[in-house]
Each structure stands twice: as structure tokens, then as C-alpha cells.
Design a protein around this ligand. Structure first.
Ligand code: NAP
Ligand code: FE
Length: 368
């Protein structure tokens, strides 16, 4: 049985938000806008949203306190700010859009027991969420997931399928202000979504169509990650690859690199996409060779060694050498082994020793 489900309506065009007043009018009279500290304003998306809301006479409240890798508690704070609204607009990278999704659940069902509402077994729904992405990596504008930092557990947790945005508005101009480190890390996040969904046992012909197209686009443009400037046509390609990869994980989910990367992001503040990239080579060594060969060929790498050299260069351009200790590896391994959902979709069983080895080899730990 194959299943494909994608309820998000995607609008992609120049100045798309200002052309979409009718869509916003249909969503209600009051809205909460969720953003990070400054990028939503810097890239122009915030002003475009305010202008369309004013033209539709929709009242708005603003929650602009979202930080990277947002802690779960922010959803409670955001829901307090947004009490009484009909819908939520998330503008930004994955962090604000994911937070908007969590807030939307609490606005519909109340803030008490918020951890249970976001992560428990009951699939609580949400008030409508509109996504305006400004990074080209997470694909959150078309996924039902949201990822939060769990401070006591010292890692990140993915809210299970709860909230697909109802609309995603994609305008290339919002992506032109990304610094190259954000741009590269998010492009690699999209690549890892495509790859992980493709290798997962949940992969199906529908998710594969999107995953392979995303990998192909990445492959065609991959050397641009070493340039300071990316032309608009290439940027549009990367944005589309990110959304395609989002469609793929909405069906098949993510797997080992995401599981291994979460605690490393917590400990060293490594940007999410780069945290996945660090483990990609070792992940490929544990994966079915025919799948890996298809990925490498589609992305235009002659072999695993050349892929590995490429990825190392990207990782080095964003983070320096991490001062990883034996205790870190022990803790990371313990945390990763608890990511049961992400481990069980790998095509072969993943042992604790496999995870230790992936960490050690990726960090070149025993070679020091
Ligand atoms: P992000 O954490 O949302 O933002 C990273 C940084 O980039 C922030 O400093 C942000 O500034 C800045 N920024 C964003 N857009 C910009 C722009 N257009 N111009 C200039 N600066 C910009 O980055 P992200 O990589 O997109 O999101 C990562 C989060 O998404 C992680 O928590 C990850 O686990 C999660 N994720 C979710 C899914 C999913 O399906 N839901 C999938 C993969 C990853 P401001 O703070 O000022 O906004
Ligand atoms: Fe991701």
C-alpha cells in the first residue's frame, strides 16, 4: 500500500502575498504573526504581510521572540500572546514556522498540558497556519512536523504529525537576504531530507519522485554553495528543491542523520543542516549500496569519496572543529538510541555500536 498526502496549497510567485488578499480574507478576522528577531523584517516578508492584512482589515498581534532551535516553552508564551486569534502566520526559517505550528495547536485546544498536546499520542489539530518561508531547507511549509528543543533532555524533539500549513507563500525575494552560512546549511538540510526519505523504509514511489528531483536540482547547482552570490534563477531552484524534499519527508520522514545531529546542535549550537551533514558519509556506509549509488549518481558525484570531500568542505565553511569529548559521544549515543522512530525506518537494524562508530568516525575521534 502506498500513501501520498499533501494538503498544503502552495503559491509561488513574485509579490505573491500582495496578490493574495482574498486568501487571507477567508481565514478570519484576527491573526497572530510569529517571527524570529529580525530576518522577517529584513527580507521584506513582514511588511508584505502587514500590508495585506491591513488591506483586508484583519487585526494582528505579533510574537517575535522565536530563537533558533526554539525551546518547547515558546509555544506556551506565543499562545498566551495570540489568545483569541482565528489563525497564525509563521514567517521565517524552520524555527518560527515550527513555533507557529505548536502555538496553533495550543490556540485550538488550550495551553494546559502543552507538552502532552504537542507530543502525546492524541493527534490534536490546530487553528490554520500560513507559512511564509525565508530559508531554503526545512520544507516545514509543507510538512506536518515541528521541531523543538527539550532543554532538560539536552536534545531536540520532533512534534509528530499534527499540523500541515494550510497555505505556503513562496516569493524568491525573501530568500535573497540569507547570509551564506544560513543559505548553505539550509540547502544541505533539504538535501538530507531528500536522501533520508529516499533511503527510509517508508519511501514510496510518490516520495521518491520528489526526493530524486530535489537531489538532482541540488546536484546541478551544488558548486554554487562555494560562491558568495547565487543568482535568482538558481536560488529559485534551491527553494523548490527544499519544498520538494519537504513533500518527500511529509510522506517518509527523516532518519539517522537527523537523529544524530539533534544532540550535537544542542551541545555546540551547530546549525541544523550542517549537523545532519556531519554524519552523511557514515550514514551512506550503513545504507543499501544501490540506493546510495542512485543518490550519488543523481547528485553528480563520481563516488563516496568525492561526496565526502564536498560535504567536509561545506561543514568546515560553517563550523570549525568541535571539541567533542568521550562523554559527549556517550551522551549523544544514548540520546540517539531513544530516537526510536528515526532508527526503525532505516533499512537495516541500527545497533548502539553502529551509532558510537558513526559519531567517532564522523568526528575523527579515535584518530586524535
Ligand atoms: P532558523 O533557525 O529558522 O533561522 C536561522 C537563522 O537564519 C536565524 O538567525 C534567522 O534570523 C536567519 N534567517 C532566516 N531567514 C533569513 C533571511 N531570509 N535573511 C536573513 N536571515 C535569515 O533556520 P532553519 O534552518 O530554516 O530552521 C531550523 C529549524 O527547523 C530547526 O529547529 C530544525 O530542527 C527545524 N526543522 C523543521 C522541519 C520540519 O519539517 N518542521 C524539518 C527540518 C528542520 P531570525 O532569528 O531573525 O529570524
Ligand atoms: Fe531537517
Amino acid at each position: 500500500m502506498y500513501k501520498y498526502y499533501m494538503p498544503t496549497t502552495i503559491f509561488e510567485d513574485d509579490n505573491i502575498i500582495s496578490k493574495s488578499a482574498d486568501i487571507f480574507k477567508g481565514l478570519g478576522k484576527r491573526v497572530l504573526i510569529v517571527t524570529g528577531k529580525s530576518s522577517a523584517k529584513k527580507c521584506g516578508a513582514f511588511d508584505d504581510v502587514i500590508a495585506v492584512l491591513n488591506s483586508c482589515e484583519i487585526e494582528y498581534k505579533i510574537f517575535d521572540e522565536v530563537v533558533e532551535n526554539p525551546p518547547i516553552e515558546l509555544t506556551f508564551k506565543g499562545a498566551t500572546c495570540g489568545e483569541g486569534v482565528d489563525f497564525v502566520i509563521g514567517i521565517g526559517g524552520g524555527s518560527p514556522i515550527d513555533t507557529a505550528k505548536g502555538i496553533a495547536v495550543l490556540l485550538k485546544h488550550g495551553k494546559d498540558d502543552y507538552f502532552e498536546k504537542l507530543f502525546g499520542d492524541t493527534a490534536y489539530d490546530a487553528v490554520p497556519v500560513v507559512a511564509v518561508p525565508t530559508t531554503c531547507g526545512t520544507g516545514t511549509e509543507v510538512t506536518p512536523f515541528a521541531v523543538f528543543t527539550h532543554i532538560e533532555k539536552k536534545t531536540k524533539l520532533s512534534m509528530p504529525r499534527r499540523v500541515f500549513p494550510i497555505y505556503a507563500f513562496i516569493d524568491v525575494k525573501y530568500f535573497t537576504t540569507m547570509p551564506s552560512a544560513v543559505r548553505n546549511s539550509t540547502i544541505i538540510d533539504a538535501f538530507s531530507h531528500a536522501v533520508e526519505s529516499f533511503i527510509s523504509i517508508k519511501s514510496n514511489p510518490y516520495s521518491e519522485l520528489y526526493a530524486l528531483k530535489a537531489i538532482e536540482i541540488f546536484g546541478r547547482r551544488k558548486e554554487l554553495l562555494f560562491s558568495d552570490q547565487i543568482d535568482l534563477a538558481s536560488l529559485k531552484d534551491f527553494i523548490r528543491a527544499s519544498t520538494y524534499a519537504g513533500v518527500a519527508i511529509a510522506q517518509a520522514g527523516t532518519s539517522l542523520p537527523h537523529a544524530l545531529g539533534y544532540p550535537v546542535t544542542f551541545r555546540f549550537n551547530v546549525p541544523h543542516g550542517v549537523a545532519n551533514a556531519m554524519f552523511m558519509t557514515e550514514y551512506f556506509k550503513l545504507s543499501p549500496p544501490d540506493r546510495v549509488e542512485t543518490i550519488l549518481k543523481t547528485a553528480g558525484f563520481v563516488d563516496l569519496a568525492s561526496f565526502s570531500a564536498y560535504i567536509d568542505k561545506i561543514v568546515d565553511s560553517v563550523v570549525g572543529k568541535l571539541d567533542v569529548t568521550a562523554e559527549d559521544i556517550e551522551y549523544y549515543t544514548e540520546t540517539t538510541m531513544k530516537s526510536k522512530e528515526k532508527l526503525k525506518v532505516h533499512p537495516s537494524p541500527v545497533s548502539q555500536q553502529d551509532v558510537v562508530n558513526m559519531y567517532k568516525k564522523s568526528f575523527k575521534f579515535d584518530e586524535e
